[in-house]
Ligand binder design. Structure first.
Ligand code: ZN
Length: 276
């Protein structure tokens, strides 16, 4: 089986300090969590930023500080920046940090949906603008799919030139309003991807371990971190994001799945070699 790419999603937009006091929200804290996760085997950092008051934001200066520190401490790691930042941000403010900072990767949420009690808007116009901006700036999209219809959207955007093959998908399971995090749902999603696509998966909350095991054995890649799940095991909060990475590494040993280093991850994701 292909080597395993581990993505660490340290912060996210929805997890709060009430959910876990260990959530890193400040640039310094996030960079340090990313560094520790990298030491344990993570090769992609999925980055969200927060205000000083811990609120989700798409503010350019917070991305500059956070990504700047990550690049300083872990120059190697593949940086994957969110383009949603939570719910309700405007199209332009969602795209701007990407065109300025030009991360290796950026998320591309391939459709609109209810997101628990909110609405997650990703209009066709926005997706076409975002796809074009990624192509012009050499940013590889990570196409996040929360529901089966989003795969179909991605295929349309591929056909119309707003995405390029091979697509890298992230199966975002068990967000209320999207698909429940079950093995059958994951298999269905993966079966509908265009040929030669690569993919990763995570399940939120209680489905994290099931989806992790499925992705591990199906040959997919895995995302972990406090964005998606704060518990290391039942009732036990993770104190650091690297603890989730350690868990993946242990499971990978059981299933004899070697962990990809950064250069291998770049090759698997069709990213250009790292700038020396
Ligand atoms: Zn995210």
């Amino acid at each position: 089986m292909e080597k395993l790419i581990i993505t660490v999603a340290c912060t996210g937009a929805m997890t709060t300090k009430e959910n876990t006091p260990y959530l890193p929200t400040q640039p310094e804290e996030i960079a340090e969590e990313v560094r520790m996760a990298y030491e344990c085997g993570a090769t992609v950092a999925h980055v969200h930023v927060r205000t000083v008051e811990h609120k989700a934001t798409m503010a350019l200066d917070r991305f500059e500080q956070t990504v700047g520190l990550i690049r300083e401490r872990v120059p190697d790691i593949i940086v994957n920046m969110t383009s949603s930042g939570g719910l309700g941000f405007g199209d332009e403010e969602r795209i701007l940090p990407h065109t300025v900072l030009k991360p290796d990767m950026g998320t591309f949420d391939a459709g609109s949906m209810n997101f628990y009690k909110g609405v997650f808007e990703n209009s066709p116009t926005f997706l076409e603008k975002l796809g074009k901006a990624y192509i012009e700036n050499g940013i590889k999209p990570e196409v996040e799919v929360f529901d089966a219809g989003m795969v179909w959207n991605a295929k349309r955007l591929l056909k119309d030139g707003f995405l390029q093959a091979p697509i890298h998908f992230q199966c975002c399971m068990h967000v209320h309003g999207g698909m429940e995090g079950t093995p059958r749902n994951l298999v269905h999603l993966v079966d509908s991807f265009p040929e030669k696509s690569t993919w990763s998966a995570f399940g939120c909350g209680p489905t994290a371990d099931v989806i992790m095991a499925m992705a591990m054995t199906m040959g997919g890649h895995i995302r972990v971190g406090m964005e998606d799940n704060v518990y290391l095991s039942k009732g036990v909060l993770a104190e650091h994001n690297y603890q989730f990475v350690e868990k993946v590494v242990k499971l990978a040993e059981v299933f004899k799945r070697p962990i990809a280093n950064v250069d291998e991850a770049r090759q698997i994701l069709s990213l250009p070699p790292r700038k020396k």
